[in-house]
Design a protein around this ligand. Structure first.
Ligand code: SAM
Ligand code: DTB
Ligand code: SF4
Length: 371
């Protein structure tokens, strides 16, 4: 695969990130104490109550950060951040009506809809991401669900990216059990499918599918043996109670998602929620409330990777630093998410260097535990 596409080799993977850290404190970057033995409050539980989660949110901020760090250091390599890159492989024209999304056909945006990309172009993007130090390549399609005719190309993409030595993630909408099985056989590592918000808020944001539809696809993905990436969005005008309900729904799944993306709404003009936020700027999520959400996710899902996802472009370095302190340990890198802007490699490399954080090298805790 590498030869026919003349793709760069794996040598030098990650160098861009290390090179910018001009004065490393040790040959391999800064050193941090590694995971400590299990501590009280760090055990994995699936029986969280909403009252317990609400009480975590209510903690004094320093206590919340302390608990999140304690849990984090029990299960994760401190100071390491997983780098993932996104690519929109099929953009716009989506029949779903998600109120936050500019790829919905119901949104009044200028986004140009396009067909499924060629496999070759996808693999070229993946090679660039790998050479910029990314560990996982996440491919997203603006579909309600993939059609069976799309599956052969999708499978080639998964196989090609894996051959490059990167982990693969796809987000294609709802899956049938048979499609999940096909993706598992192709070697897909992760499937991203977000519950997005609390069960109560869900129908206010999306009317073309139900919360239960999401859970059904998550079941199909689990049954096929694919790792689950599932999270949601804060800053959609939801209440604290909705954020509690959102974390509760994730933390009481029979098995926690291996990855939990926490997105801050990117308000895009022409979308229902982007317009709402433009009219009522005070509805924007408060930075400290966002950090609290990250920390509560970390405490309630101790072994999951917590990914600081959409919204980082407009987040200060200080807020991002607090998110890392609160237990976030994964980010999307590059200039673009799917269709909207992202912080960009130079800014991120500078931020990680400033904070003494290094790209993750090891395996995720939940996968080690399952092996
Ligand atoms: N169509 C597929 C689906 O909905 O599952 C995959 C792509 S969809 C864009 C993936 C996720 O991106 C959504 O579930 C949502 O959480 C997030 N997302 C989309 N637009 C966003 C926005 N404007 N701000 C923040 N997150 C957003
Ligand atoms: C997730 O939770 N966030 C990513 C990924 N999963 C697919 C997507 C964010 C999309 C932000 C809006 C855009 O760029 O289109
Ligand atoms: Fe379609 Fe996904 Fe956007 Fe919803 S979030 S409109 S399903 S692309």
């Amino acid at each position: 695969m590498n030869e026919s596409l003349n793709l760069p080799s794996l040598e030098g993977r990650g160098r861009g990130w290390v090179a910018l850290n001009e004065e490393p404190t040790a040959p391999n970057g800064p050193t941090h104490p590694q995971p400590l033995p299990s501590r009280e409050g760090s055990e994995v539980r699936n029986d969280w109550t909403r009252a317990e989660i609400a009480a975590l949110y209510d903690l004094p901020f320093d206590e919340l950060m302390f608990r999140a760090q304690t849990v984090h250091r029990t299960h994760h390599a401190a100071g390491q951040v997983q780098l993932c890159t996104l690519l929109s492989i099929k953009t716009g024209g989506c029949p779903e009506d998600c109120g936050y999304c500019n790829q919905s056909a119901s949104a009044d945006t200028e986004l140009k809809a396009s067909k499924l990309m060629d496999v070759r172009a996808v693999l070229q993007s993946a090679a660039q991401a790998r050479d910029a130090g990314s560990q996982r390549f996440c491919m997203g399609a603006a579909w309600r669900n993939p059609k069976d005719k799309d599956m052969p190309a999708i499978i080639e993409m998964v196989q090609g990216v894996r051959q490059m030595g990167m982990e693969t993630c796809m987000t294609l909408g709802m899956l049938t059990p048979a499609q999940a099985q096909q993706l598992a056989e192709a070697g897909l590592d992760y499937y991203n499918h977000n519950i997005d918000t609390s069960p109560e808020k869900y129908a206010e944001v999306i009317t073309t599918r139900t919360f239960q539809d999401r859970l059904d696809t998550l079941d199909h993905v689990r049954e096929a043996g694919i790792n689950v990436c599932c999270g949601g969005i804060v800053g959609m005008g939801e209440t604290r109670g909705d954020r509690v309900g959102f974390i509760h729904a994730l933390a009481t799944l029979p098995r926690h998602p291996e990855s939990v993306p926490v997105n801050a709404l990117v308000p895009v003009k022409g979308t229902v929620l982007g317009n709402m936020l433009a009219d009522t700027p005070l509805a924007k999520i408060d930075d400290i409330e966002f950090v609290r959400t990250v920390a509560v996710a970390r405490i309630t899902m101790p072994m999951s990777m917590v990914r600081l996802s959409a919204g980082r472009e407009s987040m200060s370095e200080a807020t991002q630093a607090l998110c890392f302190l609160g237990g976030a340990n994964s980010i999307f890198t590059g200039d673009k998410l799917l269709t909207t802007g992202n912080a960009g490699d130079d800014k991120d490399a500078a931020l990680l260097a400033k904070l003494g954080l290094v790209p993750m090298t090891g395996e995720e805790p939940m996968r080690v535990a399952a092996a």
